[in-house]
Design a binder for this molecule. Structure first.
Ligand code: PLP
Length: 398
Protein backbone atom coordinates (compact mmCIF):
# COMPACT_ATOMS: atom_id res chain seq x y z
CA UNK A 1 0.00 0.00 0.00
CA UNK A 2 1.11 3.60 -0.67
CA UNK A 3 2.78 4.62 2.59
CA UNK A 4 1.36 8.14 2.48
CA UNK A 5 -2.33 7.23 1.96
CA UNK A 6 -2.97 7.15 5.73
CA UNK A 7 -1.77 10.76 5.89
CA UNK A 8 -4.81 11.96 3.92
CA UNK A 9 -7.26 13.86 6.09
CA UNK A 10 -11.00 13.10 6.16
CA UNK A 11 -12.84 15.25 3.67
CA UNK A 12 -14.85 18.22 5.13
CA UNK A 13 -18.18 16.62 4.21
CA UNK A 14 -17.20 13.40 5.95
CA UNK A 15 -16.45 15.43 9.07
CA UNK A 16 -19.78 17.20 8.70
CA UNK A 17 -21.61 13.85 8.60
CA UNK A 18 -19.79 12.81 11.77
CA UNK A 19 -20.67 16.13 13.43
CA UNK A 20 -24.36 15.67 12.63
CA UNK A 21 -24.48 11.98 13.60
CA UNK A 22 -27.33 11.40 16.03
CA UNK A 23 -28.72 14.95 15.61
CA UNK A 24 -32.40 15.12 14.66
CA UNK A 25 -33.08 18.31 12.69
CA UNK A 26 -36.21 20.39 13.19
CA UNK A 27 -39.15 19.32 11.00
CA UNK A 28 -38.56 22.05 8.42
CA UNK A 29 -37.59 21.84 4.74
CA UNK A 30 -33.87 21.05 4.62
CA UNK A 31 -31.76 23.90 3.23
CA UNK A 32 -28.18 23.01 2.31
CA UNK A 33 -25.65 25.81 2.09
CA UNK A 34 -22.78 23.46 2.81
CA UNK A 35 -21.69 22.27 -0.63
CA UNK A 36 -20.56 24.51 -3.48
CA UNK A 37 -22.68 22.80 -6.09
CA UNK A 38 -24.63 25.15 -8.36
CA UNK A 39 -28.35 24.38 -8.26
CA UNK A 40 -29.26 26.25 -11.44
CA UNK A 41 -29.94 24.10 -14.52
CA UNK A 42 -27.13 23.28 -16.91
CA UNK A 43 -27.67 25.54 -19.96
CA UNK A 44 -29.20 24.02 -23.08
CA UNK A 45 -26.33 25.31 -25.20
CA UNK A 46 -24.23 22.73 -23.37
CA UNK A 47 -26.73 19.88 -23.11
CA UNK A 48 -27.77 20.22 -26.79
CA UNK A 49 -24.13 19.92 -27.87
CA UNK A 50 -23.69 16.95 -25.58
CA UNK A 51 -26.57 15.01 -27.12
CA UNK A 52 -25.71 16.10 -30.66
CA UNK A 53 -22.22 14.60 -30.26
CA UNK A 54 -23.04 11.46 -28.38
CA UNK A 55 -21.36 9.56 -31.23
CA UNK A 56 -18.07 10.77 -29.77
CA UNK A 57 -18.35 8.00 -27.20
CA UNK A 58 -17.36 5.54 -29.92
CA UNK A 59 -13.78 6.81 -30.15
CA UNK A 60 -10.79 7.00 -27.84
CA UNK A 61 -10.11 10.69 -27.26
CA UNK A 62 -6.69 12.34 -27.38
CA UNK A 63 -5.27 13.48 -24.04
CA UNK A 64 -4.47 16.86 -25.57
CA UNK A 65 -8.06 17.15 -26.79
CA UNK A 66 -9.17 18.19 -30.26
CA UNK A 67 -7.50 21.23 -31.70
CA UNK A 68 -10.88 22.94 -32.08
CA UNK A 69 -11.47 22.81 -28.34
CA UNK A 70 -7.96 24.07 -27.59
CA UNK A 71 -8.56 26.96 -30.00
CA UNK A 72 -11.83 27.78 -28.25
CA UNK A 73 -10.13 27.64 -24.86
CA UNK A 74 -7.22 29.83 -26.01
CA UNK A 75 -9.68 32.35 -27.45
CA UNK A 76 -11.70 32.36 -24.22
CA UNK A 77 -8.63 33.03 -22.07
CA UNK A 78 -7.55 35.83 -24.44
CA UNK A 79 -11.00 37.46 -24.40
CA UNK A 80 -11.50 37.08 -20.70
CA UNK A 81 -8.05 38.22 -19.61
CA UNK A 82 -7.15 40.69 -22.38
CA UNK A 83 -4.23 38.58 -23.57
CA UNK A 84 -2.80 39.24 -27.03
CA UNK A 85 -2.36 35.52 -27.79
CA UNK A 86 -2.23 32.05 -26.34
CA UNK A 87 -0.88 29.17 -28.41
CA UNK A 88 -3.56 26.44 -28.60
CA UNK A 89 -0.86 23.84 -29.28
CA UNK A 90 1.38 24.54 -26.31
CA UNK A 91 -0.24 26.84 -23.77
CA UNK A 92 -3.63 25.29 -23.05
CA UNK A 93 -5.02 21.83 -22.23
CA UNK A 94 -8.51 20.50 -21.49
CA UNK A 95 -8.84 18.69 -18.14
CA UNK A 96 -11.59 16.69 -16.49
CA UNK A 97 -12.49 19.45 -14.04
CA UNK A 98 -10.08 21.56 -12.06
CA UNK A 99 -9.92 19.09 -9.18
CA UNK A 100 -8.14 16.37 -11.10
CA UNK A 101 -5.86 18.94 -12.73
CA UNK A 102 -4.88 20.50 -9.40
CA UNK A 103 -4.12 17.04 -8.05
CA UNK A 104 -2.29 15.78 -11.11
CA UNK A 105 -0.24 18.94 -11.42
CA UNK A 106 1.53 18.27 -8.12
CA UNK A 107 2.35 14.76 -9.29
CA UNK A 108 3.93 16.31 -12.40
CA UNK A 109 6.04 19.03 -10.82
CA UNK A 110 7.15 17.72 -7.43
CA UNK A 111 10.73 16.48 -7.71
CA UNK A 112 11.34 13.90 -5.02
CA UNK A 113 15.05 13.76 -5.74
CA UNK A 114 15.37 17.17 -4.10
CA UNK A 115 15.69 17.23 -0.31
CA UNK A 116 12.37 17.59 1.55
CA UNK A 117 10.16 19.02 -1.22
CA UNK A 118 7.54 21.45 0.05
CA UNK A 119 4.16 22.44 -1.38
CA UNK A 120 2.61 25.66 -0.05
CA UNK A 121 -1.13 26.18 0.24
CA UNK A 122 -3.43 28.96 1.38
CA UNK A 123 -5.19 28.32 4.67
CA UNK A 124 -8.24 27.92 4.69
CA UNK A 125 -8.09 25.99 1.45
CA UNK A 126 -9.54 23.43 -0.92
CA UNK A 127 -8.45 20.11 0.50
CA UNK A 128 -7.22 18.66 -2.78
CA UNK A 129 -4.04 20.79 -2.55
CA UNK A 130 -3.06 19.01 0.64
CA UNK A 131 -3.83 15.51 -0.67
CA UNK A 132 -1.96 16.26 -3.89
CA UNK A 133 1.11 17.34 -1.95
CA UNK A 134 1.01 14.33 0.34
CA UNK A 135 0.69 11.81 -2.49
CA UNK A 136 3.38 13.58 -4.51
CA UNK A 137 5.76 12.92 -1.61
CA UNK A 138 5.99 16.54 -0.47
CA UNK A 139 5.46 18.21 2.87
CA UNK A 140 2.84 20.95 3.06
CA UNK A 141 3.13 24.42 4.58
CA UNK A 142 0.35 26.97 4.95
CA UNK A 143 -0.12 30.66 4.31
CA UNK A 144 -2.92 31.82 6.59
CA UNK A 145 -5.62 34.07 5.20
CA UNK A 146 -7.30 35.86 8.08
CA UNK A 147 -9.73 38.73 8.49
CA UNK A 148 -7.03 40.70 10.32
CA UNK A 149 -5.09 41.17 7.07
CA UNK A 150 -8.09 41.35 4.73
CA UNK A 151 -7.48 37.68 3.83
CA UNK A 152 -4.13 38.46 2.20
CA UNK A 153 -1.63 35.61 1.78
CA UNK A 154 0.91 35.94 4.59
CA UNK A 155 4.02 35.18 2.56
CA UNK A 156 6.37 36.40 5.28
CA UNK A 157 5.10 33.73 7.66
CA UNK A 158 7.29 31.06 6.03
CA UNK A 159 10.99 30.94 6.76
CA UNK A 160 13.71 31.44 4.17
CA UNK A 161 14.53 27.72 4.52
CA UNK A 162 10.89 26.77 3.83
CA UNK A 163 10.69 28.97 0.75
CA UNK A 164 13.92 27.41 -0.52
CA UNK A 165 12.35 23.96 -0.25
CA UNK A 166 9.14 25.12 -1.98
CA UNK A 167 8.51 23.55 -5.36
CA UNK A 168 4.83 24.38 -5.83
CA UNK A 169 2.53 27.08 -4.48
CA UNK A 170 -1.22 26.76 -4.83
CA UNK A 171 -3.28 29.92 -4.79
CA UNK A 172 -7.05 30.18 -5.10
CA UNK A 173 -8.48 33.36 -6.56
CA UNK A 174 -11.34 34.07 -6.14
CA UNK A 175 -10.74 32.23 -2.91
CA UNK A 176 -12.75 29.39 -1.51
CA UNK A 177 -13.94 30.08 1.16
CA UNK A 178 -12.85 33.70 1.68
CA UNK A 179 -13.93 35.10 -1.70
CA UNK A 180 -10.75 37.14 -1.81
CA UNK A 181 -9.33 38.01 -5.27
CA UNK A 182 -5.57 38.47 -5.65
CA UNK A 183 -4.83 41.94 -7.03
CA UNK A 184 -1.92 42.98 -9.22
CA UNK A 185 0.30 43.86 -6.25
CA UNK A 186 -0.32 40.46 -4.70
CA UNK A 187 0.61 38.80 -7.99
CA UNK A 188 3.73 40.93 -8.32
CA UNK A 189 4.88 39.73 -4.93
CA UNK A 190 4.03 36.12 -5.73
CA UNK A 191 6.04 36.26 -8.96
CA UNK A 192 8.98 37.81 -7.10
CA UNK A 193 8.94 34.91 -4.66
CA UNK A 194 8.56 32.36 -7.47
CA UNK A 195 11.56 33.85 -9.29
CA UNK A 196 13.67 34.13 -6.17
CA UNK A 197 13.03 30.57 -4.97
CA UNK A 198 12.36 28.84 -8.29
CA UNK A 199 8.93 27.36 -7.56
CA UNK A 200 5.86 26.94 -9.70
CA UNK A 201 2.49 28.61 -9.05
CA UNK A 202 -0.77 26.75 -9.71
CA UNK A 203 -3.64 29.21 -9.59
CA UNK A 204 -7.06 27.72 -8.94
CA UNK A 205 -9.52 30.06 -10.64
CA UNK A 206 -12.64 27.90 -10.81
CA UNK A 207 -14.78 30.71 -9.30
CA UNK A 208 -13.52 33.40 -11.67
CA UNK A 209 -16.82 33.78 -13.53
CA UNK A 210 -19.02 34.42 -10.48
CA UNK A 211 -18.59 38.09 -9.59
CA UNK A 212 -20.74 41.00 -8.47
CA UNK A 213 -19.93 43.76 -10.98
CA UNK A 214 -20.30 43.02 -14.71
CA UNK A 215 -17.84 45.82 -15.44
CA UNK A 216 -15.13 44.43 -13.16
CA UNK A 217 -14.38 40.74 -13.72
CA UNK A 218 -11.75 39.48 -11.28
CA UNK A 219 -8.12 39.60 -12.29
CA UNK A 220 -6.61 36.21 -13.17
CA UNK A 221 -3.07 34.88 -12.97
CA UNK A 222 -2.44 34.95 -16.72
CA UNK A 223 -3.70 38.51 -16.97
CA UNK A 224 -1.52 39.58 -14.05
CA UNK A 225 1.51 37.87 -15.59
CA UNK A 226 0.89 39.57 -18.92
CA UNK A 227 0.43 42.98 -17.32
CA UNK A 228 3.66 42.50 -15.40
CA UNK A 229 5.60 41.70 -18.57
CA UNK A 230 5.69 37.93 -18.09
CA UNK A 231 3.94 37.00 -21.30
CA UNK A 232 5.65 33.61 -21.43
CA UNK A 233 3.75 32.82 -18.18
CA UNK A 234 6.92 31.21 -16.83
CA UNK A 235 6.39 29.08 -13.75
CA UNK A 236 2.63 29.67 -13.82
CA UNK A 237 -0.38 27.58 -14.70
CA UNK A 238 -4.02 28.49 -14.05
CA UNK A 239 -6.91 26.05 -13.71
CA UNK A 240 -10.43 26.97 -14.69
CA UNK A 241 -13.64 25.00 -14.90
CA UNK A 242 -17.15 24.78 -16.30
CA UNK A 243 -18.50 23.38 -13.03
CA UNK A 244 -19.45 26.72 -11.50
CA UNK A 245 -19.37 28.92 -14.60
CA UNK A 246 -21.83 26.77 -16.51
CA UNK A 247 -23.62 24.83 -13.75
CA UNK A 248 -22.05 21.61 -14.93
CA UNK A 249 -20.15 19.96 -12.08
CA UNK A 250 -21.12 16.53 -13.43
CA UNK A 251 -19.63 17.20 -16.85
CA UNK A 252 -16.11 17.14 -15.38
CA UNK A 253 -14.67 19.74 -17.69
CA UNK A 254 -12.11 22.44 -17.20
CA UNK A 255 -8.89 23.76 -18.63
CA UNK A 256 -5.33 24.52 -17.69
CA UNK A 257 -3.30 27.28 -19.34
CA UNK A 258 0.07 28.90 -18.90
CA UNK A 259 3.77 27.99 -19.12
CA UNK A 260 4.30 25.84 -22.26
CA UNK A 261 7.18 23.85 -20.73
CA UNK A 262 5.07 22.93 -17.70
CA UNK A 263 2.11 22.00 -19.89
CA UNK A 264 4.33 19.74 -21.99
CA UNK A 265 5.36 17.81 -18.89
CA UNK A 266 1.76 17.84 -17.65
CA UNK A 267 0.54 16.37 -20.94
CA UNK A 268 3.13 13.60 -20.67
CA UNK A 269 1.99 12.81 -17.14
CA UNK A 270 -1.66 12.87 -18.17
CA UNK A 271 -1.13 10.48 -21.06
CA UNK A 272 -0.12 7.80 -18.58
CA UNK A 273 -2.66 8.85 -15.97
CA UNK A 274 -5.44 8.25 -18.52
CA UNK A 275 -7.16 11.57 -18.17
CA UNK A 276 -8.31 12.25 -21.73
CA UNK A 277 -11.66 14.04 -22.03
CA UNK A 278 -14.37 12.20 -23.97
CA UNK A 279 -15.02 13.78 -27.39
CA UNK A 280 -18.67 14.14 -26.47
CA UNK A 281 -17.70 16.20 -23.44
CA UNK A 282 -15.21 18.14 -25.53
CA UNK A 283 -17.98 19.24 -27.92
CA UNK A 284 -20.27 20.21 -25.06
CA UNK A 285 -17.44 22.13 -23.42
CA UNK A 286 -16.61 23.89 -26.66
CA UNK A 287 -20.21 25.12 -26.93
CA UNK A 288 -20.25 26.24 -23.29
CA UNK A 289 -16.99 28.21 -23.49
CA UNK A 290 -18.27 30.03 -26.60
CA UNK A 291 -21.42 31.20 -24.89
CA UNK A 292 -21.42 33.98 -22.28
CA UNK A 293 -25.18 34.67 -22.13
CA UNK A 294 -25.86 31.86 -19.66
CA UNK A 295 -22.93 33.00 -17.50
CA UNK A 296 -24.27 36.57 -17.36
CA UNK A 297 -27.64 35.14 -16.26
CA UNK A 298 -25.92 33.05 -13.59
CA UNK A 299 -24.17 36.09 -12.20
CA UNK A 300 -27.48 37.96 -12.01
CA UNK A 301 -28.91 35.11 -9.93
CA UNK A 302 -25.93 34.99 -7.56
CA UNK A 303 -26.03 38.77 -7.23
CA UNK A 304 -29.71 38.60 -6.26
CA UNK A 305 -28.92 35.92 -3.67
CA UNK A 306 -26.19 38.06 -2.07
CA UNK A 307 -28.45 41.11 -2.07
CA UNK A 308 -31.16 39.10 -0.31
CA UNK A 309 -28.94 37.32 2.20
CA UNK A 310 -26.26 39.75 3.37
CA UNK A 311 -28.59 42.40 4.84
CA UNK A 312 -30.41 39.67 6.81
CA UNK A 313 -27.20 38.18 8.23
CA UNK A 314 -25.18 41.36 8.79
CA UNK A 315 -27.03 42.45 11.96
CA UNK A 316 -26.49 39.07 13.66
CA UNK A 317 -23.04 37.91 12.58
CA UNK A 318 -19.91 39.36 11.03
CA UNK A 319 -20.18 38.62 7.31
CA UNK A 320 -17.42 39.32 4.82
CA UNK A 321 -18.60 40.48 1.41
CA UNK A 322 -16.58 38.37 -1.03
CA UNK A 323 -14.76 40.00 -3.97
CA UNK A 324 -16.17 37.15 -6.06
CA UNK A 325 -17.45 33.59 -5.91
CA UNK A 326 -20.67 32.37 -4.29
CA UNK A 327 -19.59 31.82 -0.69
CA UNK A 328 -20.38 33.84 2.40
CA UNK A 329 -17.58 33.52 4.96
CA UNK A 330 -18.98 34.61 8.31
CA UNK A 331 -17.96 34.73 11.96
CA UNK A 332 -20.31 32.86 14.26
CA UNK A 333 -21.59 34.34 17.48
CA UNK A 334 -19.86 32.59 20.37
CA UNK A 335 -16.85 31.58 18.27
CA UNK A 336 -17.43 27.80 18.13
CA UNK A 337 -18.09 27.09 14.46
CA UNK A 338 -18.64 23.33 14.84
CA UNK A 339 -21.14 23.73 17.69
CA UNK A 340 -22.85 26.54 15.76
CA UNK A 341 -23.24 24.38 12.62
CA UNK A 342 -24.51 21.43 14.64
CA UNK A 343 -26.99 23.43 16.70
CA UNK A 344 -28.15 25.42 13.67
CA UNK A 345 -28.84 22.16 11.86
CA UNK A 346 -30.76 20.83 14.86
CA UNK A 347 -32.81 23.99 15.35
CA UNK A 348 -33.44 25.06 11.73
CA UNK A 349 -32.49 22.20 9.34
CA UNK A 350 -30.04 24.56 7.60
CA UNK A 351 -26.62 23.09 6.82
CA UNK A 352 -23.49 25.25 6.80
CA UNK A 353 -19.88 24.13 6.84
CA UNK A 354 -17.73 24.81 9.92
CA UNK A 355 -14.69 26.84 8.91
CA UNK A 356 -12.29 24.69 10.92
CA UNK A 357 -13.03 21.79 8.53
CA UNK A 358 -11.53 23.91 5.74
CA UNK A 359 -8.32 24.94 7.49
CA UNK A 360 -5.40 23.62 9.50
CA UNK A 361 -3.65 24.86 12.59
CA UNK A 362 -0.65 26.86 11.35
CA UNK A 363 1.58 29.60 12.75
CA UNK A 364 -0.19 29.36 16.09
CA UNK A 365 -3.74 29.77 14.81
CA UNK A 366 -6.57 27.88 13.09
CA UNK A 367 -7.85 30.44 10.59
CA UNK A 368 -11.11 28.59 9.94
CA UNK A 369 -12.08 28.42 13.58
CA UNK A 370 -14.97 30.69 14.48
CA UNK A 371 -16.17 30.92 10.86
CA UNK A 372 -18.75 29.12 8.77
CA UNK A 373 -19.00 28.89 5.01
CA UNK A 374 -22.35 29.27 3.32
CA UNK A 375 -22.73 28.53 -0.39
CA UNK A 376 -25.46 30.68 -1.95
CA UNK A 377 -26.13 28.15 -4.66
CA UNK A 378 -29.84 27.52 -4.19
CA UNK A 379 -32.69 29.54 -5.66
CA UNK A 380 -33.43 33.00 -4.32
CA UNK A 381 -36.36 31.95 -2.12
CA UNK A 382 -34.34 29.18 -0.50
CA UNK A 383 -31.37 31.47 0.12
CA UNK A 384 -33.65 34.07 1.64
CA UNK A 385 -35.40 31.49 3.81
CA UNK A 386 -32.06 30.06 4.95
CA UNK A 387 -30.78 33.53 5.87
CA UNK A 388 -33.91 34.22 7.90
CA UNK A 389 -33.63 30.93 9.77
CA UNK A 390 -29.93 31.57 10.48
CA UNK A 391 -30.63 35.10 11.69
CA UNK A 392 -33.41 33.82 13.93
CA UNK A 393 -31.11 31.15 15.32
CA UNK A 394 -28.30 33.68 15.96
CA UNK A 395 -30.74 35.81 17.96
CA UNK A 396 -31.46 32.84 20.22
CA UNK A 397 -27.69 32.54 20.87
CA UNK A 398 -27.28 36.08 22.14
C1 PLP B 1 -11.47 25.94 -4.76
C2 PLP B 1 -11.95 24.83 -5.62
N1 PLP B 1 -11.13 24.37 -6.58
C3 PLP B 1 -11.51 23.37 -7.39
C4 PLP B 1 -12.74 22.78 -7.27
C5 PLP B 1 -13.07 21.64 -8.17
O1 PLP B 1 -13.97 21.95 -9.13
P1 PLP B 1 -14.13 21.12 -10.45
O2 PLP B 1 -13.23 19.91 -10.35
O3 PLP B 1 -15.55 20.73 -10.50
O4 PLP B 1 -13.70 22.00 -11.56
C6 PLP B 1 -13.64 23.22 -6.30
C7 PLP B 1 -14.96 22.59 -6.15
O5 PLP B 1 -15.77 22.89 -5.35
C8 PLP B 1 -13.23 24.29 -5.45
O6 PLP B 1 -14.02 24.76 -4.49
Amino acid sequence: MHARLPLLQPYPFERLRALFAGVTPAALTPLRLSIGEPQFPTPTVLTDALTAHVGGLAVYPLTAGQRGLRETLAAWFCRRYSLPALDPDTQVLPVNGSREALFAFAQTVVDQTQPAPLVVSPNPFYQIYEGAAILAGADIAFLNQTAATGFALELASLSEAEWRRTQLLYVCSPGNPTGRVLDLDAWRELFEYADRYGFVIASDECYSEIYPDEARPPLGGLEAAHRLGRSDFRNLVVCTSLSKRSNAPGLRSGAVAGDAALLKAFLLYRTYHGSAMSETVQHASDAAWRDEAHVVLNRQQYRAAFEAVLPVLAPVMRVYQPDAGFYVWAEVPGGDDAAFARDLFAATHVTVLPGQFLAREAHGTQPGRGFVRMALVAGLDECREAAQRIAGFCRTQA
